[in-house]
Design a protein around this ligand. Structure first.
Ligand SMILES: Nc1ncnc2c1ncn2[C@@H]1O[C@H](COP(=O)(O)OP(=O)(O)OP(=O)(O)O)[C@@H](O)[C@H]1O
Ligand SMILES: [Mg+2]
Length: 246
């Protein structure tokens, strides 16, 4: 039996910002289900890889969404083909309400308002609150909810837990776990406990190149590898009370 086609296939991606090479040669596949983590130290090119896939920065290489080339397309066309983006700095419209932020994201005739309301009851309760007055975690929920309004084929999510308090990190992780049941996610994440909980596969980037790919847990369980490539010691996480131990 042949392996199922990846939803995203990246080969030889090179990106430049202001003439400077920030992604050297990145190749990896994203399976059509589950969460694939992009790991790596600060400044190695994780965000630039996502922005290159979306055509937000100058890029070369072969990038395919469900087998079709997208590396020559403008960003809005890539988005219309079903790629959602949750950027590193969230980019909510702070003067607009939660409901207005979500309405602006609706691209299709039947936006998935029920799904979003089901996943983010707190946002329903705060629908008339200005997004700028929300906590960082709530703003992150708005940013993820916007990407879920449309039937995307893939979500690119950049450091959703950055700067959040531990309790809120767990809530955002819960939301992403639920979202990943409906759409595959390529997730840049530095919090390795979150990676351990969410990610099926992982791609490790160093110096603008992919230096390791594999099952996320195997990478995290390799202490030497995580210390060398991620500069941290990944503590084995205790199973959450709500989850059966694997
Ligand atoms: N707007 C920019 N102008 C010039 N150089 C940039 C710009 N944005 C990023 N870079 C450089 O590109 C390289 C990759 O940055 P990128 O933001 O992709 O890394 P990252 O892995 O996402 O880092 P972080 O963990 O800090 O989010 C870095 O060396 C960075 O300094
Ligand atoms: Mg980044």
């Amino acid at each position: 039996m042949s392996a199922p086609e990846p939803i995203l296939s990246v080969k030889g991606l090179r990106c430049t910002i202001a003439g400077q090479q920030v992604v050297e040669d990145v190749s990896f596949d994203v399976p059509a289900t589950g969460i694939t983590a992009v790991l790596g130290r600060n400044g190695v090119g994780k965000t630039s890889t996502l922005r290159g896939i979306l055509g937000l920065i100058h890029r070369r290489g072969d990038v395919r969404l469900a087998g079709e080339r997208i590396d020559g397309l403008a960003t809005h066309r890539i988005v219309r083909r079903g790629v959602g983006y949750v950027p590193e700095d969230r980019e909510v419209f702070s003067q607009l309400t939660v409901a207005e932020n979500l309405a602006l994201a609706e691209r299709q005739k039947n936006p998935r308002r029920d799904l979003v309301a089901h996943l983010f009851p707190d946002l329903v309760a705060r629908r008339d609150q200005r997004a700028g007055t929300l906590s960082g975690g709530q703003q992150q929920m708005v940013s993820v909810a916007r990407a879920l309004m449309n039937d995307n084929r893939l979500l690119l999510v950049d450091e959703p837990t950055k700067g959040l308090a531990p309790k809120i990190v767990a809530e955002v992780a819960d939301a992403l776990a639920a979202a990943s049941k409906t759409v595959p996610i390529l997730l840049v994440e530095q919090n390795l406990e979150v990676v351990r909980r969410l990610a099926d596969d992982a791609v490790v980037i160093a110096g603008g190149r992919v230096v390791h790919t594999g099952r996320a847990r195997e990478i995290l369980d390799d202490e030497e590898l995580t210390r060398r490539l991620l500069g941290v010691h990944a503590e084995p996480a205790a199973p959450r009370p709500s989850e059966p131990a694997a």
